[in-house]
Ligand binder design. Structure first.
Ligand SMILES: NC(=O)c1ccc[n+]([C@@H]2O[C@H](COP(=O)([O-])OP(=O)(O)OC[C@H]3O[C@@H](n4cnc5c(N)ncnc54)[C@H](O)[C@@H]3O)[C@@H](O)[C@H]2O)c1
Length: 338
């Protein structure tokens, strides 16, 4: 299936200035987007199904935002709750909420991926149309591509090999379908993020697990022989691209956001060892279903449309994540061990 890279249009867009909705605010990327918007003086309505004050992760990720009078947190489930009040009065919606992760998406947990990622996105799009929202920025994923032997371009065939990837592609295509409706003014920019890392990264993700292994001496599991390659993208670059996507003049665009280089897992282990000055103990396991041998992003369109180019390389990004990790609360650290 080929995605429309850019179906440009006449959205005659003006930059974000007023009030926006961010979904997935208690999570890794969403909380960083919130902090960056608040720092620009923008009013942020933050939607997540994790409730501030009752969820340790939400409290930690949103500690600064919760103290900011420009931030209004809402505890809602995209798949089941009424969304109109959350969306009302917002020019832009940054849609980052989703059930992430490839491995748990096989089997019975797929129900939540379908509900949160597909149905939740469709319900949010419907609410955006009813409220006259101008722009939705959607957090898509490199996992929509499937196996590739060269840097992926947005027009390449999409062929996800995990139920998670299928759910992200389905939601991305819903976004495109809504943006193509002639009877509404909603425009969409979908960003295909390539493996994001940095402070607050989810504990199931590779870089955090490598750093955790370095500091604790507990082995990290390496799936396969370590030759699989990933394009790692630092969080501040992702946030910059996400905010830029709210400001470009386009009716419908699908854009890769990567870190600028693809690194083997062996290379990432070596880098983590250099950054921490410690040995990384490794235990090898079979390649997992849904894991592709390589991800790499062609960033031509990101540069042209968003003026995007990554600014933080793997060594610097890992050093920043490492500095965050060593100061982490005990609760948060135990999540890496599970
Ligand atoms: N982290 C990455 O490397 C990466 C790569 C590609 C794409 N993405 C996409 O970026 C987005 C953010 O990823 P993340 O790593 O920050 O994940 P995360 O799990 O840290 O954050 C997602 C948040 O969404 C919330 N959420 C999930 N389902 C919900 C629902 N039904 N209603 C309300 N809230 C709900 C969760 O509670 C969570 O706080 C996701 O859409 C993910 O698919 C992430």
């Amino acid at each position: 299936m080929a995605a429309p890279a850019v179906a440009t249009g006449s959205a005659r867009w003006s930059p974000v200035t007023a009030r926006v909705l961010v979904t997935g605010t208690a999570g890794f990327i969403g909380s960083h987007v919130v902090d960056a918007l608040l720092a620009r003086g923008i009013q942020v309505v933050g939607l997540d199904r994790r409730r501030l004050g009752q969820d340790a992760l939400a409290d930690e990720n949103l500690a600064a935002a919760a103290a900011n009078p420009l931030f209004t947190p809402l505890c809602l489930d995209l798949a089941t709750d009424r969304l109109d009040d959350a969306v009302d009065g917002c020019d832009v919606v940054f849609h980052l909420a989703a059930r992430p992760g490839v491995r748990p998406s096989w089997g019975s947990e797929f129900h939540d991926y379908a509900q949160s990622n597909i149905l939740g996105t469709q319900r949010l799009l419907d609410a955006c149309v009813r409220s006259g929202v101008r722009r939705l920025v959607y957090a898509s994923s490199s996992s929509v591509y499937g196996p590739a032997d060269r840097p992926s371009r947005e027009n390449d065939r999409t062929s996800p090999v995990s139920p998670y990837g299928v759910s992200k592609l389905a939601a991305e295509q819903l976004c495109v379908a809504y943006a193509c409706r002639p009877d509404n003014r909603l425009s969409v920019v979908a960003l295909r993020y390539f493996t994001v890392y940095g402070p607050r990264q989810r504990p199931d993700m590779a870089i955090g697990r490598l750093l955790f292994a370095a500091y604790t001496g507990l082995p990290v599991t390496l799936f396969g022989d370590g030759s699989q390659r990933r394009e790692f993208t630092y969080i501040t670059d992702v946030v910059a691209a996400t905010i830029a996507a709210s400001q470009v003049d386009a009716q419908c665009a699908v854009v890769n956001i990567g870190g600028g280089a693809s690194v083997s897992m062996r290379g990432a282990i070596q880098e983590a060892s250099t950054v921490t000055g410690r040995h990384i103990p490794v235990q090898v396991a079979d390649v997992q279903p849904g894991d592709v041998p390589s991800t790499a992003a062609d960033l031509t369109l990101a540069g042209r449309l968003l003026g995007y180019w990554p600014t933080v390389g793997l060594h610097e990004g890992m050093a920043r994540q490492s500095a965050w990790l060593v100061n982490l609360s005990r609760d948060r650290l135990t999540a890496f061990a599970s």
